[in-house]
Design a protein around this ligand. Structure first.
Ligand SMILES: [Zn+2]
Ligand SMILES: [Zn+2]
Length: 230
């Protein structure tokens, strides 16, 4: 009896997950074309806006009516001390790493206030995944249900062979395209290592991939455009 009940619970859970995914697929697509807001959590990267605006309009052609830029003033740092940040022992000093949920909350509020449908945050703080706490020092993460993504430059600068600012910015832009790509195309990764939607386990893998989608991923975008008629 208890075994059967457990089985039923499991079945219901997986069935509900399946339904959620299916429902998400159906409703999610209707937001395109839409407005994208980029939220800069520090002014270190706000000079990247023009470049990001150009690549988003090229890579995701016609998916965005417009791309807006917002800068967060320092007031958010007051609450950051009370957060669920975790301390990681470093070689020279301990590092505080911040939960992605914290950024999603701020990005969501910005999205609502500024009528953006999708929000992308850019920070120089190290981040960990609130969903999977073993994932620390993330380059970026997307929250598909909230249409939010966060990208961190923190670990993009650590390769001693590539300290140049341009290189770091290039990596940041690739990861930003990658996370927005997840919001449009879903959680899966592309197996083509040159495609911006391929998974990068280190900065060398980021350097290896291009700023563009492969033909398969471009085809998926085209399929969405045709389906939604834009
Ligand atoms: Zn990914
Ligand atoms: Zn691809």
């Amino acid at each position: 009896m208890s075994k059967y009940q457990n089985f039923e619970k499991k079945l219901n859970k997986s069935y509900l997950d399946f339904l959620n995914i299916e429902i998400r697929k159906i409703y999610h697509n209707f937001i395109f074309p839409c407005h994208l807001g980029i939220i800069f959590f520090s002014n270190n990267h706000s000079n990247l806006f023009e470049k990001l605006n150009t690549v988003f309009n090229n890579v995701f052609e016609r998916f965005f009516f417009g791309v807006m830029s917002y800068e967060i003033k320092n007031d958010y740092s007051f609450s950051i001390n009370n957060l669920e940040r975790i301390k990681v022992k470093g070689l020279y000093k301990d590092v505080f790493v911040y939960p992605s949920n914290y950024f999603y909350k701020i990005i969501s509020d910005f999205k609502i206030k500024n009528n953006s449908n999708i929000g992308l945050g850019i920070t120089d703080l190290p981040i960990y995944s609130s969903n999977r706490k073993n994932l620390i020092f993330l380059y970026g993460e997307a929250h598909l249900r909230q249409n939010c993504a966060i990208v961190s430059s923190y670990n993009l600068e650590l390769n001693p062979h590539s300290q140049q600012k341009d290189k770091t910015n290039q990596r940041l832009i690739k990861e930003a395209i990658h996370e927005i790509g997840h919001i449009i195309l879903g959680a899966g990764h592309c197996l083509n290592k040159l495609c911006v939607m391929s998974f990068s386990k280190n900065v060398d893998a980021i350097d290896q991939k291009s700023l563009n989608l492969c033909l398969n991923c471009q085809f998926e975008l085209e399929r969405l455009r045709a389906k939604l008629n834009f």
